[in-house]
Design a protein around this ligand. Structure first.
Ligand SMILES: [Zn+2]
Length: 489
């Protein structure tokens, strides 16, 4: 079986490890078109759970879902380009339809600001129509040259929130609020700690006034931008004539925000928690939380163990503390496969808990629970298994976040270092380096050119160092801000 061959260890080749894991755990596969991916049920099951959790959080914060079309008139993007300097999406363009050349080419959406704000312009007349708080779940296309499963593909799935407000301050509050929602999700559900902050002028979304982001550290000490939230100012409102009559009767341009996260988060999840054996999914996002592996030799044992497994599955499913959020359980009753091979199969796929159940265990009214994260084994009485399983799942969820945070802090540098040391570090094991920046784009660009590291963000106060750095990492001049530097995906 393809399963049996071990993954390349992370320490040997992190990137090979990642690719092999995605394929062998059956999360995704390469599609016939270069740069496109097929998301397989194991991967899509994680995405579905991400979607459900986020969707509930968006609705709790007052947003509603809508759907806007895949095709966008090319003139819309040109209109945007006139207003938004530096906006050049890698677009796919449809020139023919029904066998005829189109009068106006259609762009396959790279993001939906243009079409959404042109529709808002139609729907919003007065300050009474504001705010508009909308989200859409969709796919987008960016014609990327270098692609990697989940991290950068031609087509990917995401959500994009788009809002319109009467004032700058309301838009700013919304952009910050959604950054907080993303952080709660990434830490609470993905167990992936993030640093939040603002992008520099050169790293922000071209159409935005300010871009906020969430940066997570992967196990190779590189950063992954896991989500962004933009205060768009009035840039798009001006381009698409999104105006409203204010309370005092004057006509004003609306203020917009947009914010998004994508299937890229699955890549982040993999590179945050998984190990040389395979995937490790935090329980809250695991399509299966517990797998029961029946162990037997003789036919008589087989029926007894399988019956017990079914009984346990049923009782856990109906177990009061969990209902109606039922425990997601699978019994691996496949014939002709050894228990050891089954363990490996489920470890590779990242299922957080396993219950081993054999005839001798049943005589003692027990089973053996094994944690995927630290391999710890413990016998549990079948009378109290519901509580044991629930407690362990919660514990695993918590310890994944704690160990990811500890790992990040171990590889974060907050003491002053020379530019040479920084350069060596970036070429070697990598790190999150908190250091001063004079605010000059030339220093930022030189660092990028020389070390491939970028300013991931100007971190929010909570993440800033106790002692504010005094000198720019690059030029040694006086620091205007503290920046987080790292190589990134
Ligand atoms: Zn400088």
């Amino acid at each position: 079986m393809a399963d049996e061959k071990k993954l390349t260890p992370r320490a040997e080749d992190f990137s090979a490890w990642y690719n092999e894991l995605v394929l062998k755990a059956e999360l995704a596969d390469y599609a016939p078109v270069r740069g496109c991916m097929v998301i397989r049920p194991n991967g899509y099951g994680i995405w579905e759970r991400m979607q459900q959790a986020l969707d509930a959080m968006f609705k709790e914060t007052g947003h509603v879902n809508a759907y806007f079309p895949l095709f966008i008139p090319q003139s819309y993007l040109q209109k945007e380009a006139q207003h938004v300097e530096g906006f050049a999406p890698e677009t796919a363009v449809v020139t023919h339809g029904g066998g005829k050349e189109l009068e106006e080419p259609l762009v396959v959406r790279p993001t939906s600001e243009t079409i959404i704000y042109s529709m808002f312009a139609k729907w919003v007349q007065s300050y009474r129509d504001l705010p508009v708080l909308m989200n859409q779940w969709a796919n987008v296309v960016r014609w990327e040259l270098r692609t990697r499963l989940f991290l950068r593909t031609l087509e990917f799935l995401w959500q994009e929130g788009h809002t319109a407000h009467a004032t700058h301050d309301e838009a700013e509050e919304e952009a910050r609020k959604m950054l907080g929602v993303y952080r709660d999700f990434m830490e609470g559900w993905m167990a992936m700690p993030v640093v939040t902050g603002r992008k520099t002028e050169s790293e922000k979304f071209a159409g935005a006034l300010r871009t906020y982001c969430l940066e997570a550290m992967m196990q190779d000490n590189r950063a992954l931008q896991a989500g962004t939230s933009h205060n768009l100012g009035q840039n798009f409102a001006r381009a698409f004539d999104l105006t409203f009559q204010s309370e005092s009767g004057s006509m004003e341009y609306a203020w917009n925000t947009s914010w998004g996260v994508s299937t890229r988060m699955i890549g982040g999840l993999i590179m945050t928690h998984s190990d040389d054996t395979g995937l490790l999914v935090p329980p809250l996002l695991a399509p299966i939380e517990l797998v029961i592996v029946p162990i037997y030799r003789k036919e008589e044992e087989r029926s007894r163990v399988l019956e017990a497994a079914e009984r346990i599955k049923r009782s856990l499913g109906e177990w009061e503390r969990r209902a109606p959020n039922r425990l997601r359980i699978e019994i691996d009753a496949r014939e002709g496969i050894t228990p050891g091979a089954k363990y490996y199969h489920w470890e590779l796929r990242g299922i957080p808990l396993r219950l081993e159940l054999g005839p001798r265990d049943l005589e003692k009214n027990q089973g053996i629970l094994v944690r995927r994260d630290n391999r710890e084994k413990r016998p549990v009485s079948l009378d109290t298994i519901g509580e044991e399983v629930e407690d362990l799942l919660e514990l695993i969820q918590e310890s994944l976040l704690i160990s990811a945070r500890e790992r990040r802090e171990r590889h974060s540098i907050r003491k002053p270092i020379s530019y040479d040391q920084f350069r060596q570090l970036m070429e070697g094991e990598g790190a999150f380096v908190y250091a001063g920046w004079c605010g000059d784009g030339a220093c930022e660009a030189a660092v990028k050119e020389e070390t491939k590291a970028t300013i991931r963000c100007l971190p929010d106060e909570e993440f800033q160092s106790a002692e504010t750095p005094r000198h720019c990492l690059k030029c040694g001049g006086s620091a205007a801000e503290e920046a987080l530097w790292a190589r990134a995906y």
